[in-house]
Design a protein around this ligand. Sequence first.
Ligand code: P1T
Length: 379
Amino acid sequence: MKFNTKTIHGGQKHDAAYGSVMPPIYQTTTYAQTSPGNHKGYEYSRTHNPTRHALEKSFASLENGNYGLAFGSGLAAIDAILKLLKPGDEVISTNDLYGGTYRLFTKVYENFGIKFHFVGMLNVNNLEDYITSKTKLVWVETPTNPMMNIIDIKAVSEISKKYNLLLAVDNTFATPYLQQPLELGADIVMHSATKYLGGHSDVVMGALVVKDKDLANQLYFIQNASGAICGPQDAFLVLRGIKTLHVRMQRHCENASAIAAFLKSHPKIENVYWPGFKNHPNHNIAKSQMKDFGGMVSFTTIGNNYKEAVKIVENLKIFTLAESLGGVESLAGHPASMTHASIPKSEREKTGIVDSLIRLSVGIENKADLLADIDQAIG
Ligand code: P1T
């Protein structure tokens, strides 16, 4: 099955009861048993729910994995991965990543005795300097949020395999339409399904997909034991969103490409971060591991002028100033004060998250309208 068919049919069966084409929203906590232990495969909705199950099968199909898991948020999905670890274990992570992930690592899991190394992975050889006998997990976000750095997943997976480390890839920005980390050697792929998978800014959800059965069983155990599941209504909405993922992503990429080119030629804009530029570091890796360059673009104003940046985001009319990304509508964000405020300023600035940085989640509206909006906002 090709990807464009999988978004609609992958892992799906018509409902056995009445043949409904979309899975019913099984809004139930529990399931009747005819005698103790005698049931139809479902006992309690934290453990299993048929609507969530349909979604989890779709996740697995999209990422070419064997097992999918849905959680109440992207961070809950990351939290489940971290629960595979024990005190004393070490994690090597990309140094540019979503601020909430950084916060979970440093403010929650460091308290439980897990050590994190944040490493620039543009050159993957940097990784080996941090590997010790305690290293258990490598965490890669690519493209990174918000600097749009590209990490070579295949090269990282070769190093991870050499040292017997788990490799988890946050595929939120790329989506499985553009990039399939399990095919490149990752062990776990993670999504904030809140973003492109849901696609309509109406659900908060997380996803994991793996190929390996033992790893899947450990994660299912954690999902049930810790209980950070999503509800059936949200599962239904994300399943509906996924059906148009491929069509939406095409338009996101097309619009973002036009906006990146416009910003690059604008005299009031200094840096534009978008992996489609030939001079983007690792552009060639983006070209080989991604189908296109995605819907996200970040930029700074000339001279890193914070006041100019604030003026731009305040002037935007079609783009909404808001956290999040990946919905059909265009959003603009100010990472330093919003999505990445939990990273100390000195750390943030090392990776380029300066005060004039603006991040755009380019939606699927008319391209000319979006360009005109940015043009008038910059002035
Ligand atoms: O918000 P949640 O569904 O819990 O997902 C967390 C998360 C994980 N990984 C990446 C790459 C993300 O971008 C996010 C959430 N990000 C935003 C809310 C944002 O505006 O960047």
